[in-house]
Design a protein around this ligand. Sequence first.
Ligand SMILES: NC(=O)c1ccc[n+]([C@@H]2O[C@H](COP(=O)([O-])OP(=O)(O)OC[C@H]3O[C@@H](n4cnc5c(N)ncnc54)[C@H](OP(=O)(O)O)[C@@H]3O)[C@@H](O)[C@H]2O)c1
Length: 273
Amino acid sequence: MVASPEGPVLILGATGRLGRALAKVYPRATRVGHELELTDEDAVRTAIEGIGPRLVYNCAALTDVDACEVEPERSMAVNGHAAGTVASACARCGATLIHISTDYVFAGDRKGYSEFDPPDPVNTYGRSKALGEMRVRSAGGDWRIVRTSRLFGPGENDFASQMRTRSLVKPYVPVIRDEWSRFTYIPELASRLPEVEWAPCGTYHLVNEGTVSWYGFARALIPNASPVAGGECRRRALRPRCSALLNTRLRPMRSWQEALSEYIRSEDEQVIR
Ligand SMILES: NC(=O)c1ccc[n+]([C@@H]2O[C@H](COP(=O)([O-])OP(=O)(O)OC[C@H]3O[C@@H](n4cnc5c(N)ncnc54)[C@H](OP(=O)(O)O)[C@@H]3O)[C@@H](O)[C@H]2O)c1
């Protein structure tokens, strides 16, 4: 089927953090979770061409950075090659693709990265996402790549909620002080993504403004965060030191402090209810 302007919006990875938030922005969207295995090329082609979407969001990915280090082939298959399969299917049926990527495509050895800086990842997750970006660009369709970082949102099991939980049961919560990036509030990101459809084909950065370390963010959220060096933590994958994404192409999002205030209000309201 060829996409028509009235064709549906299709969300891949619809059961994930960002996918669920996007489904609220597009209540009539066709949502597809892991029941469609993205490494199954024929299944992906048949599903996308059968739906004939106008617009496809690819939010599906293996996002556990340390697990990707243990399973590099699977990581490359899902985050890399499958992204290309989705992009080719979109190109064939004339659908616009918005592919979600990450700050971890960068090594993190400078203060910030613009949309035009070349990827130079330091771990398997970053390499697999950088491969996905390459495959999307070379598929020949109408694509946008949107990089984002450190997602947090209400009701999620994420860094923010883990900090709050640990803070209640431990006297001190050790948090890494020497890795910086840009935290991004999921509902705000989801509400800003639709405008990317109308932007020219290319790569974009959508993150809350302001660079902060894991520790700096945690300290704004809990009273008993305790700074530690990343080198003291046992993790399989290397991490970029400062992978701050600079948004030079789109209207800026709010500061992370404003977004965090909204997050705290929203979480506290849930507790009161
Ligand atoms: N989370 C972050 O902090 C962060 C930071 C920067 C960029 N990003 C990017 O943002 C996007 C969304 O991230 P997220 O945090 O929303 O991810 P998430 O919560 O981990 O969700 C990932 C989604 O992908 C699905 N999926 C995984 N492997 C699949 C496969 N082989 N075939 C089909 N579906 C598969 C998952 O389904 P199952 O759970 O059922 O397997 C789930 O629906 C990703 O591209 C990620 O790289 C995320």
